[in-house]
Design a protein around this ligand. Structure first.
Ligand code: ATP
Ligand code: MG
Length: 428
């Protein structure tokens, strides 16, 4: 039987004989003793080695793996208030000296990306990975609680959803196909069978520029709902975000604190999110001196400035037709704008969700495809969905890595992912 570091700190008593296994996180000598911070998947605990055992422990490197037996002592000076006085080393693998030197490494983030396969052992990566785990779990929980069916969509596709420029071509026997940019079209097909569907899967986009919020491979949580409109998207997406943030606050306070996250800011994330018409956003940005007009697309810089005005996420809605993909339904009251909505995260983070109502009428859809300079033949099966029992429907896509980046308070999306891919990097 082994105890985890967490079990020791939470429930072991003075004098208990325990067995622990893990990796050497820190090591220091004091008089004739060796103090080792032992790390496992649950946390860290201080081990104390003395006598002959100190001689053995001295040989261990940072990141050497060990299994020990020892006696629990209450020690207010130890992190977590307890330590384990080792009585036996049951197993050890000393290995080679660990190559990452924390202070040099902090100075050079490219180096940390080169050694990401080892750096994921660090406390910050550990904390992020555990938060990420909770986020994915909460996404599934929320959709299932709200009557959505989970579905799986293809990764190889033959047409663009988000636009041809960011497609990754793949050699597929004797022709070229693409990696999926979004499961949306398939989810739209599936609502005619299951009404409310969701999927959590990778999307691929050949993003040409390096930014703090774009990866070439990212995790996308997408939902599509029959008999629904833009306001349903607002309700479900805000419910989803609030549920995820609540779960992280309930389960991951220690991890948030390791990341230095200001938890008060996350506590403010409650429904309803402010609903901001695109036109109001343009006015706010103009007042701040930005050179934007009705019809301008908002990039990361504009969104960052806009989101300094708000303490919670917002729904930004009613975007002009020309800055949204062809499938967005135009507002019948005001046809130059679409019934589209993005969720923007506060503290300057910007867009985390994009969604809205889809065109349900086949003729309107064909007309708009042509107006956008596209060929209806390329969207044949997508148009087909409107030919048989079409219904009003709406949906959205959440960028899970961007959400994790905001919840963790990270500067760069690549630190929200264990093995990031961007324009320059596909290894490790
Ligand atoms: P942006 O304008 O920031 O490039 P987008 O409008 O192209 O994003 P959507 O097509 O609306 O993005 O995709 C839905 C969500 O997926 C976005 O709100 C975002 O959270 C996420 N997302 C999109 N592209 C990327 C990417 N390259 N890397 C990480 N997440 C992304
Ligand atoms: Mg978008």
């Amino acid at each position: 039987m082994f105890q985890t570091t967490r079990e020791i700190l939470q429930s072991a008593d003075e004098g208990d004989l325990v067995r622990l296994r893990g990796w050497v996180y820190r090591k220091r000598e004091f008089r004739d003793k060796i103090f080792i911070m032992l790390r496992d998947s649950e946390g860290v605990v201080q081990l104390v080695f003395s006598g002959q055992l100190a001689e053995d422990a001295r040989k261990l490197n940072i990141e050497s793996s060990i299994i020990v037996e020892g006696i629990v002592k209450v020690e207010p000076r130890a992190p977590g208030g307890k330590e384990v006085h080792v009585t036996r080393i049951l197993w050890s693998y000393i290995g080679e000296p660990f190559p990452i030197n924390v202070s040099a490494a902090q100075a050079d983030s490219e180096y940390l990306l080169d050694v990401r396969h080892l750096w994921i052992r660090s406390r910050k990566m550990w904390a992020m990975l555990r938060i990420r785990h909770t986020v994915f779990n909460a996404i599934h929980e929320y959709f299932r609680m709200n009557g959505f069916y989970e579905v799986q969509c293809p990764i190889f596709v033959s047409a663009a959803v988000e636009g041809g420029a960011t497609l990754f071509p793949v050699k597929y026997f004797d022709r070229t196909v693409y990696l999926t940019q979004s499961a949306q079209f398939y989810l739209e097909a599936l609502i005619f069978s299951l009404e409310k569907v969701y999927t959590v899967a990778p999307s691929f986009r050949a993003e040409p520029s390096r930014t703090r919020r774009h990866l070439t491979e990212f995790w996308h949580a997408e939902a599509e709902m029959a008999w629904s409109n833009m306001y349903d998207v607002m309700k479900i997406s805000e419910g989803l975000i609030c549920h995820i943030v609540r779960r992280v606050l309930d389960e991951r306070l220690e991890e948030l604190s390791i990341l230095g996250r200001d938890v008060e800011k996350l506590e403010k994330v409650r429904p309803p999110f402010p609903r901001v018409l695109y036109d109001e956003a343009i006015e706010i940005l103009k007042k701040k001196g930005l050179n934007v007009e009705w019809g301008s697309d908002l990039g990361a810089d504009e969104e960052r400035i806009l989101m300094q005005e708000f303490e919670t996420p917002i729904h930004l809605y009613g975007f002009p037709e020309q800055i949204k993909a062809f499938y967005h339904k135009n507002d019948p009251q005001d046809p130059k704008r679409t019934l589209s909505v993005d969720v923007l995260a506060p503290e300057g983070y910007g867009e985390i969700i994009g969604g809205g109502e889809r065109i349900e009428d086949p003729n309107q859809l064909i007309e708009k495809i042509k107006r956008f300079g596209l060929d209806p033949k390329d969207y044949d099966w997508y148009i087909d969905l409107r030919r048989y029992g079409s219904v009003p429907h709406a949906g959205f896509g959440l960028g899970v890595d961007r959400l994790v980046m905001w919840i963790c308070g990270l500067d760069h999306i690549r630190d929200a992912v264990p093995f990031p891919r961007d324009i320059r990097r596909v290894a490790p």
